[in-house]
Design a protein around this ligand. Structure first.
Ligand code: DP6
Length: 323
């Protein structure tokens, strides 16, 4: 039977992917580094069948509309082409986290879809090939294929732009506690932001300084030097947001509540709790801390009126098949 089920995690980038060298192939302008998230999983079952007249996608028990379906179908076309198959598919997918919780579902979604569909099509692929294929659906999905802490080598072609694991999920038990301040859908999709990035006068400086930042953050990760690691990831998030804000037109993802949490995190540090923030293309704040401080961070976040709820994550394995 041409059917398979896979689970894949979302991920949080410590070095951000922002700006594309090739928007069709999703080849980025810089390397990036992320951690897979244990509480943000997508489970996807793909079944190819000669009885279907078109693809159908059911997300959290609701059939996807034309526009969303098209993106999935386009990705399936790529995989069908690899496998020399003309069969349409029924895709059933569920997210373990509330959609619109400020955790990117495209990374976990395209990673799970790629692994399940390739398996159902009996394509025998390496982890690198799977990561490169997931990238075609959404760039950050490439980083949700390998385990734990993953590194996306920007590469220069469809074949050599993929992610590999730097350290597995058991390497370092740090937490990403996502402070949800708004569950509304974001006003700009990230692909539009990627396109605008080079219009910021700050962008060339960011690209030029990234190799140094990447080398420093990788060393901090290797030495489990949390303070150095945290300071670098916080600065890196601000660098990406500075580019966003100074693009033409400008993109401002922060809400007053976002700033309130950012200040609260910096205040935690003055109280001796080593916590640092990072923010993706949205208003919610990811608070990064070590295991020993996780409870203190959650308690502090809970006291803030602006925080609707929080989602606690530890490092997770990459995409895997379910029997
Ligand atoms: C801010 O992977 O969503 O989360 O390739 O167009 O699908 P597409 O973009 P996407 O961009 C993610 C941007 C980010 C930073 C990151 O995850 O590295």
């Amino acid at each position: 039977m041409k059917k398979a089920t896979a689970i894949a995690p979302a991920n949080i980038a410590f070095i951000k992917y922002w700006g594309k060298a090739d928007p069709i192939l999703n080849i980025p302008l810089n390397d990036s580094l992320s951690m897979n998230l244990s509480s943000a999983l997508t489970k996807t079952t793909v079944e190819f069948s000669a009885e279907l007249k078109q693809d159908a996608v059911v997300l959290n028990n609701k059939e996807l509309s034309h526009k969303e379906l098209k993106k999935v179908s386009k990705h399936l076309d790529l995989l069908r082409q690899r496998a020399n198959s003309q069969l349409f598919a029924l895709v059933q997918t569920t997210n373990s986290f509330p959609t619109g919780a400020g955790i990117a579902s495209s990374a976990s979604g395209f990673a799970a879809l790629t692994l399940a569909a390739c398996t159902a099509l009996e394509l025998k692929l390496s982890e690198k090939e799977l990561s490169a294929l997931a990238r075609r659906g959404s760039g950050s999905a490439s980083r949700s294929i390998p385990n734990g802490f993953t590194y996306w080598h920007k590469g220069s072609s469809d074949e050599n732009s993929y992610a590999t694991s730097l350290f597995d999920e058991n390497y370092w038990r740090i937490h990403d506690i996502v402070a949800v301040v708004s569950s509304k859908k974001k006003n700009f999709v990230s692909s539009y932001g990627h396109e605008l990035a080079p219009t910021s006068p700050l962008f060339p400086g960011r690209i030029e300084s990234l190799p140094q930042t990447i080398s420093e953050i990788t060393t901090a990760l290797k030495n489990k030097n949390f303070k150095a690691f945290g300071a670098l990831l916080e600065q890196e998030a601000l660098s990406m947001h500075a580019v966003m804000m100074t693009s033409q037109p400008s993109i401002l993802y922060w809400l007053p509540e976002t700033l309130e949490v950012m200040h609260a995190v910096q205040e935690m540090r003055t109280q001796g709790v080593a916590a640092y923030f990072t923010i993706d293309a949205g208003p919610n704040v990811h608070v990064i801390c070590e295991e020993k401080n996780a409870v203190a961070v959650m308690n502090s976040l809970q006291k803030l009126d602006c925080v609707e709820n929080y989602i606690d994550n530890i490092p997770a394995q990459g995409a895997f098949l379910v029997k």
